[in-house]
Design a binder for this molecule. Structure first.
Ligand SMILES: [Mn+2]
Length: 321
């Protein structure tokens, strides 16, 4: 009897709490297949990264959410993890590790599930190809067309809270055609995104030495394109600002990003927060601000320029990122 069987026998149900990446989604779907096969009630959730710190997880099977991510375990937890080159399943209770199983030669959490329960392995070449592509992606390999398309499908829908559950359910049911349909559709969507990224990059203008900005609309997949355009521009400019333009031409939001370790954006967010009606926050190298309605891009840029000049964010100009 595997550690998984023992755990489920004790808990009488399978509550899955998983990391929301493609590997976590597939591992969850495969575990749901297992639960269905053995006739155990099962649930699955993918807590968003922002909610992980302090999140209590009790009596659950946890995929790739170790306590180092801020999650707190209560009761019995079965952890499936494979980072630091040490694929393993651990049965944890408080500070005790009741059981630990290591796996050689597996590349992803979904591979561990298959190693534990070979019966959940997809019964079609399409399903197995998808599982391979997921493991490739998890290793940072974008070699097959399927892995690339899968990566894009995920990136396009990353803000869609229901995407993870939807894909996990397809895996649960062995509906591989549905997964591939979603992935193929993403290929077309991604072509448009690439076009939009090129336009955004080409349209960027300088606000201050080392600080560039561009406008985007939130229509369709433009937010995904905006993030790609920011990453591209951050390669050659210390600070990049993307302004979200509404249909009426006004601007409501700004995103800020830098790749430079000598730049800290936090004082800028603090200064912006002090302005009436403005909310702002983030981390040292990425963040955003929301402005009161009715402002034009030029109004926002003046506000941001003044805030940067007042706080200084460490731009010394010129240096490569
Ligand atoms: Mn993984």
């Amino acid at each position: 009897m595997s550690v998984l069987d023992r755990f489920v026998r004790q808990t009488g149900e399978l509550r899955i709490v998983s990391d929301g990446d493609m590997d976590g989604i597939f591992a969850t779907g495969l575990l749901l297949r297992y639960a269905d096969a053995v006739g155990v009630p099962a649930t699955a959730e993918f807590p968003p990264p922002a909610k992980l710190d302090g999140l209590q997880v009790h009596d659950a099977l946890v995929i790739e959410l170790p306590t180092t991510k801020g999650v707190r375990y209560v009761g019995d937890v079965l952890l499936i993890d494979h980072h630091n080159n040490a694929p393993h399943v651990q049965w944890l209770r408080g500070r005790d590790c009741l059981m630990s199983v290591s796996f050689e030669g597996v590349r992803a959490a979904s591979d561990i599930v298959v190693a534990l329960k070979p019966d959940v392995l997809p019964d079609t070449p399409l399903g197995r190809a998808l599982l391979d592509a997921v493991a490739d992606l998890d290793q940072g390999l974008h070699e097959s067309q399927l892995a690339v398309d899968l990566h894009h499908a995920y990136a396009l829908d990353i803000e869609d809270a229901e995407m993870r559950t939807r894909v996990a359910m397809w895996v649960r049911e062995g509906a591989w055609e549905e997964v591939v349909g979603w992935v193929r559709e993403a290929r077309e969507r991604w072509r448009h995104v690439e076009g939009a990224v090129g336009e955004m990059v080409a349209s960027c203008q300088e606000l201050l030495p080392g600080v560039v900005w561009f406008l985007y609309s939130k229509v369709g997949d433009r937010r995904v394109a905006m993030r790609q355009a920011m990453l591209t521009l951050e390669e050659t400019h210390p600070v990049v600002i993307a302004l979200q333009q509404e249909e009426d031409g006004t601007v409501s939001k700004a995103s800020f990003g830098t790749k430079r370790s000598d730049i800290n954006l936090l004082p800028l967010f603090e200064t912006l927060r002090d302005i009436d009606g403005v909310t702002s926050g983030g981390r040292e190298r990425v963040g955003g601000a929301a402005f009161p309605p009715g402002l034009r891009a030029q109004d926002i840029l003046e506000i941001v320029r003044a805030a940067i000049e007042r706080t200084g964010i460490g731009i010394r100009g010129g240096d490569a990122p």
